[in-house]
Write a new protein. Structure first.
Length: 561
């Protein structure tokens, strides 16, 4: 006699459904928890994985519940496989993207280094290097067009941030770059010029006047060009480039000049494009259509070109100018005194000081907040006060000169300049107190022309031992030459005159104080003393360090060295 299975009543079926749902939830949870590992496996491997897992599901002891669980799992299988397929595709695109971007960035770095090693690469070598770079950017077979173009966009930006400008230019000729989504292209059109302008702000070549090929090309093709797009403008630009070529020939003879005929033509063409770009930007600004990144690019180019008047009358979007100037200051402080960012910043801060809108608000805020107590109180200068006096010196050394100090320091500008001229040691409370008292009495005293003349006579008439206090024993060869004395006297006398009137010192005390300031950690060589000039020899270096870098210099010194 065969007994038929009796279907459970409604109450029992309800309990069975709880068991089915619990089993399904456990299976789903287990599958999703394993997804970080499963997404890397092929769909066939994951299908086998799921079948195995289904066979391992523990029975409930209820044949109806167990049958329902297996049925539900089978129904859920396509959905779980579809979820995995999406994750698997995402994983493969990520792998392709990461691999592609790594190759594109490293290849861009190699391309930049290769072409930078040659001061004047030929057009053929540049074209060949660009073609070799692009050959490494072929779209992988398993990479979608969207992912590939996104990778092109991101690696273009990455190479620009790394200063690999040759790679940025080469990428423009990749067909998929040209057919990129309009929004992506617009993103690049905003970001790349800004990144290029920010890189130029750190480039020591662009901190010079128009006396080098790189600074001239930057000014003509990226900043506000000094030459208009007219026959007269072209003629003036060509004359300036030929002038740099002439200087090059005098120094290097027959070596290839910086401006070959082709480079002259290319630079003029880029200059015309830049002039057109600036004209269109001006139109956009007047129509209130200039976006934030475009405005920041214009501000940075005006800053680096030290042409603040070029922005006058332009309705820059609110906050763009302030944010960009503050970021230049922040970057200089972050990179520190031994960086190009730092030295370039102070050259440009000095050169742009005449325009109040081109003074970084963070810098002016720091100066103003510190000046409030600078000439009051007692004791040595605080670190912030020392820093502000250093800033004043850096501004004065730049192209803006003393006027730049007055622009930033306002009604205390004259007093700050006098303090710098005094050579006072602000870490000495006595000297700093004297400075403060003089200021409170109505201003710091300045040495007159007669004071400087008398100081020069005093210094020049000193005897040999005064000039070389380091001389011990029979070191006749180390006595200073008359020319060396005159050179040193020209530096010592003005400082002596200022210290004498500022601190009410005797001639001897003022002269010794000025002498020590000029000598500092100077190098002694037979017949001369070479004062430390870190700006001339290199950051943190002395004359002797510079000489050691020149092959054969220690054995063959000449006047030009």
């Amino acid at each position: 006699m065969v007994l038929e299975a009796v279907r459970p009543d409604a109450t029992v079926q309800g309990a069975q459904m709880y068991n089915v749902n619990a089993a399904m939830n456990d299976a789903q949870t287990s599958f999703m928890q394993a997804m970080p590992q499963l997404r890397e496996k092929s769909p066939d491997a994951v299908r086998q994985y799921l079948v195995n897992k289904m066979s391992q599901v523990q029975g409930t002891g209820d044949q109806f519940a167990d049958a329902m669980i297996q049925q539900k799992l089978a129904e859920q299988l396509p959905q779980m496989l579809n979820t995995h397929m999406n994750q698997y595709m995402q994983f493969t695109q990520e792998q392709s993207y990461n691999g592609f971007t790594n190759v594109a960035t490293s290849a861009g770095r190699s391309l930049q280094a290769t072409l930078s090693a040659d001061n004047n690469p030929s057009d053929e070598s540049v074209a060949a290097a660009h073609a070799d770079f692009r050959s490494q950017l072929i779209r992988p077979e398993n990479m979608t067009l969207e992912s590939y173009q996104r990778a092109l966009r991101d690696t273009t930006i990455a190479n620009a941030k790394a200063g690999n400008w040759q790679a940025v230019r080469a990428m423009h000729d990749v067909p998929e770059y040209q057919s990129m989504d309009a929004q992506m292209k617009a993103d690049l059109d905003d970001k790349i010029p800004l990144l290029e302008a920010q890189a130029a702000a750190k480039n020591p070549e662009t901190a010079k006047q128009l006396d080098s090929a790189e600074s001239l090309v930057f000014s003509m093709t990226r900043a506000f060009s000094p030459y208009p797009t007219t026959p007269e403008g072209h003629a003036a630009a060509i004359q300036r480039m030929e002038g740099i070529n002439a200087d090059w020939r005098l120094q290097y003879g027959d070596a290839t000049v910086p401006f070959t005929p082709k480079r002259i033509a290319d630079t003029l063409r880029e200059m015309d494009v830049n002039n057109r770009r600036q004209y269109l930007a001006a139109q956009k600004a007047r129509l209130q259509q200039l976006n934030f990144a475009q405005a920041q690019t214009l501000v940075t180019n005006a800053w680096t070109g030290r042409t603040p008047e070029a922005l006058m009358g332009w309705p820059i979007p609110e906050g763009a100018q302030v944010q960009q100037l503050n970021s230049l200051y922040d970057d200089a402080v972050l990179q520190g005194p031994d960086s190009n960012s730092w030295s370039n910043f102070w050259i440009n801060a000095s050169g742009n000081a005449r325009d109040a809108d081109m003074r970084p608000p963070k810098l002016t805020g720091f100066i103003n907040s510190t000046l409030g107590s600078f000439f009051d109180g007692t004791g040595p200068a605080t670190p912030q006060q020392m820093q502000v006096s250093q800033y004043a010196q850096l501004l004065r050394q730049g192209p803006g000169g003393a006027a730049a100090v007055k622009s930033y320091f306002g009604d205390k500008g004259e007093a700050m300049l006098a303090l710098l001229d005094s050579g006072a040691n602000l870490t000495d409370p006595q000297q700093f107190d004297m400075i403060r008292k003089q200021y409170q009495r109505g201003g710091l005293v300045q040495a007159t022309a007669q004071d400087r003349k008398e100081a020069a006579a005093y210094v020049t008439n000193q005897s040999g031992p005064w000039w070389n206090p380091f001389r011990k024993g029979d070191l006749t060869n180390w006595d200073l030459t008359e020319d060396a004395k005159r050179n040193l006297a020209a530096q010592i006398a003005p400082l002596m005159a200022q210290k004498k009137v500022a601190f009410n010192l005797t001639d001897d005390d003022a002269a010794k104080m000025a002498y020590q300031q000029v000598i500092g950690d100077a190098d002694l060589v037979p017949g001369a003393i070479i004062p430390s000039e870190s700006g001339k020899w290199g950051k943190g270096q002395r004359w002797s360090d510079f000489v050691m870098k020149v092959p054969g210099a220690t054995a063959n010194q000449n006047s030009s060295l």
